[in-house]
Design a protein around this ligand. Structure first.
Ligand SMILES: *Cc1c(COP(=O)(O)O)cnc(C)c1O
Length: 384
């Protein structure tokens, strides 16, 4: 029996383990010198002036919105085709999420639909770079400038993404990355907010540590003092040095890991394009795709089985898969808010046909071949 191929696995080597052990031996377990160094290197990597390490992208999305003053009565425009955290954080601020449907080719928010959703309550736009392919940011930025809105990016999939030669993380007002266990760069749990705005960076730093005027890490170092003042009832959202130890090592090897992702994505593209019943992910040579996900879509009326059965068949052949995403407005809580099936038909259609197949550097080429064979086998067996 061949081993099952899981849907996702992290890339952890002895180096990561050694660096975590070194962090533990240093006695700095919370935010300390490694976190500060990770922030510095990450800002440098994306080309932003500031980077703040947090315990998740969700925390970053929440603080980004609070930092620009979003609260009850406000509206924030985003996509329904995302992980629910994007929209949940809008609710956490007391504001109302306003969704725009997607571009059916890239599955990113369609910038042409944004303007019609702007009201005098709109405060920000949250684009999500789905799967690691960038949202068309030029029109988004233009609309934001015209209506005086903030652009807060959800770059959970986009740690390597470039939009027209510019790194994601250096484009919008605030950009949020995720280092969750399945993402391209992992710290177990973790996130980073990048910005060029000093005032917003300061606010987020303070809000991430109880609202205290000085970092706890200054507080306990030789330079620090016991005194602090609370200017705001902040949160406990900081990263720890144990996480940053992982992040520092992962950042050094990101380029290498991304090369493997790209190579595997191209293997899938080459092989799977032979089968007309599948729509493959869009990419081009203008933007740099981070290949966080490889999402295939089943064409209508092409198979005798539905998407759920297709997933079961792959599972029987030892292939783990996932689905990105259940559109936010279809979740029971959002239905209670008044959203309903049919509101965003393109996102719904994309969801109903989507299967994310395994794509991560830890896979071997033989495993990529096995996934291809399994997809072909299921597709051919259940062709109409
Ligand atoms: C993973 C993910 C998040 C949340 O990231 P965390 O670091 O787990 O909070 C937000 N948005 C999208 C699109 C994601 O995929």
């Amino acid at each position: 029996m061949e081993k099952n191929i899981p849907y996702a696995l992290p890339w952890i080597e002895e180096e990561e383990i050694d660096e975590v052990v070194a962090a533990l031996r240093s006695n700095w377990l919370s935010k300390g010198p490694r976190t500060v160094e990770f922030e510095k290197q990450f800002a440098n990597y994306v080309g932003s002036d500031y980077a703040l390490a947090l315990n998740s992208a969700t925390a970053g999305l929440h603080l980004s919105q609070l930092a620009v003053g979003i609260g009850p009565g406000d509206e924030v425009i985003t996509t329904p085709y995302t992980f629910v955290a994007t929209a949940n954080t809008i609710l956490h601020t007391g504001a109302k999420p306003v969704f725009v449907d997607i571009d059916p080719v890239t599955f990113n928010m369609d910038p042409a639909l944004i303007e019609s959703k702007i009201t005098n309550k709109t405060k920000a736009i949250i684009p999500v770079h789905f799967a690691g392919y960038p949202v068309d940011m030029d029109p988004v930025m233009e609309i934001a400038r015209k209506y005086n809105l903030y652009v807060i990016e959800d770059a959970a999939h986009a740690v390597y993404t470039m939009y027209k030669g510019r790194m994601v993380g250096s484009i919008g007002d605030l950009t949020n990355f995720s280092f969750y266990a399945t993402k391209n760069l992992v710290t177990g749990e973790g996130g980073m907010v990048t910005t060029n705005n000093e005032e917003l960076a300061d606010k987020i730093r303070v809000m991430s540590l109880h609202g205290m005027s000085k970092n706890a890490w200054n507080r306990y170092s030789d330079k620090g003092s016991w005194f602090y003042e609370v200017e705001y009832p902040g949160f406990k959202y900081n990263m720890t040095d144990i996480q940053a130890a992982l992040g520092l090592v992962q950042l050094r090897k990101l380029e290498k890991l991304q090369q493997i992702r790209e190579e595997y994505a191209m293997m899938y593209n080459e092989a799977l394009k032979e089968f007309e019943g599948l729509t493959l992910p869009y990419y081009d040579h203008i933007n740099r795709h981070a290949w966080h996900l490889y999402v295939i879509r089943l064409k209508d009326n092409y198979f005798t089985i539905d998407r759920a059965q297709f997933i079961e068949e792959l599972k029987e052949r030892g292939i783990g898969t996932s689905v990105h995403f259940i559109p936010v407005h279809l979740h029971p809580y959002y239905q209670k808010l008044g959203f309903k099936y049919g509101d965003y038909p393109l996102a719904e259609k994309a969801y109903e046909a989507a299967i994310s197949i395994p794509l991560y550097p830890k896979m071997t080429k033989e495993e990529v071949e096995r996934v291809i064979e399994a997809v072909f086998d299921v597709a051919n067996t259940y062709k109409r």
